[in-house]
Design a binder for this molecule. Sequence first.
Ligand code: BTX
Length: 243
Amino acid sequence: MNIIKLDATPSTNDFLKELLTNQFVENFTVVTAENQTSGRGQMGAKWEVEFGKNLTFSVLVKDVLTEINSIFHLNVLVAVSIIEALEHFNIPNLAIKWPNDILAESKKIAGVLIENSLKSNGEIFSVVGIGLNVNQKNFDELPKATSLSCILNHDLDKEAVMVSVIQNLKRNVALLQIGEYDKFWQTYNKKLFKKGIPMPFEGNDGIRFMGIIQGVSTYGKLKVMLEDDAVKTYDIKEIQMLY
Ligand code: BTX
């Protein structure tokens, strides 16, 4: 496993993307930083961690996106790979909050930011950024967050957790490439947070409504049963779960 270990960098995703513009980078190369100073989340959000306590790392996955495999397929694979690793470390009550938050005991324990780029030779490079809370204990600033150590009441070897996630991801990418997406999608649906439970939502028009999550379609749309029993599908920009 090719792991580039940094003491500090603004964002491991940015570091890996920069590296890709300058040199050949092996598939599944990992960049990890003890201190990530400007970690990014989805749509301009920040990823904040107590320095040195948690995992912030990015993995290069080449050519997994094809006409058949969409961005959401990779998203599913990454979420399931993290869940499998956390189960290996005996973390109970894991769930996936659509589209890509990993929750433990209903609190966010990991976040995923995947950024794709098309190279001039037609290759698609995916930079899979993962923030995983491992040994941080104080979440006063983030009351809806938790860590492995908060749940297990002891610290863990961060690198062992990271290696487990990467090994799962590598194996799962190989399975996706031979067409085995369905079982990951089923696991993703099984782990879906608040599935089957009435929940408040807000649409992109600002209107709030109640609905019941039925599942996620193969290409990542959220299926929600509305109060009139009709099932509607939404993409990420169309709906927000009020949780
Ligand atoms: P997200 O947009 O789903 O989540 C960001 C939101 O999560 C924030 O607005 C905040 O409410 C909450 N949050 C921030 N930090 C934490 C934390 N440590 N634990 C739990 N909740 C938190 C998720 O984005 C994607 C995060 C990817 C982070 C990785 S780290 C390595 C790579 N480099 C990089 O810059 N980003 C990725």
